[in-house]
Design a protein around this ligand. Structure first.
Ligand code: AMP
Length: 143
């Protein structure tokens, strides 16, 4: 199973923000869409960073509420690990575990196709295991 299977069930709407907006506005966007991370794209729709709720919590603890006035560009993670739609889901899970992050943008030919969260991956794996055990049960019953 590949990442494209998750994208098909999630749909293709992608929330992004520009690096120039303030962190406060980015926090409002995270809250409004009930998401844990947001991809930062430039005017040419290229991925230039990622901002997660963990970044916000850490920055507030380190710098206090004044940090909310800073531009996203000064606080985002700039080296973004991405995957392609044709990669396997276990491969993306391994990347998340190794990198200690819970979000991976899907980029194909420089174009942002979506974002996969650890919640999406776990949901997909649980459903896959349920399908496998149902198939095994059917096989045993009819053998
Ligand atoms: P998360 O677990 O996704 O909330 O993110 C934990 C930390 O990793 C934060 O500093 C994020 O900015 C960063 N991060 C999240 N996703 C990625 C990614 N795909 N590539 C690089 N860093 C990331």
């Amino acid at each position: 199973m590949t990442v494209s299977a998750i994208l098909q069930t999630k749909g293709t709407s992608i929330i992004t923000i520009s690096p120039e907006i303030g962190l406060g506005e980015a926090v409002e966007t995270l809250a409004k869409h009930r998401i844990g991370a947001i991809v930062v794209t430039d005017a040419g729709d290229q991925v230039v960073g990622i901002l997660s709720e963990r970044d916000v919590v850490r920055l507030l603890a380190e710098k206090g509420p004044d940090v909310l006035a800073e531009p996203v560009s000064s606080v985002m993670t700039r080296t973004v690990v991405t995957c392609t739609a044709s990669e396997t889901i276990p491969g993306v899970m391994e990347r998340m575990t190794r990198g200690r992050f819970r979000h991976v943008p899907v980029v194909e030919g420089g174009r942002l196709l979506g974002i996969i969260s650890i919640g999406d991956v776990v949901k997909f794996r649980v459903e896959e295991m349920e399908r496998e055990s149902a198939a095994l049960r059917d096989y045993i019953m009819t053998a």
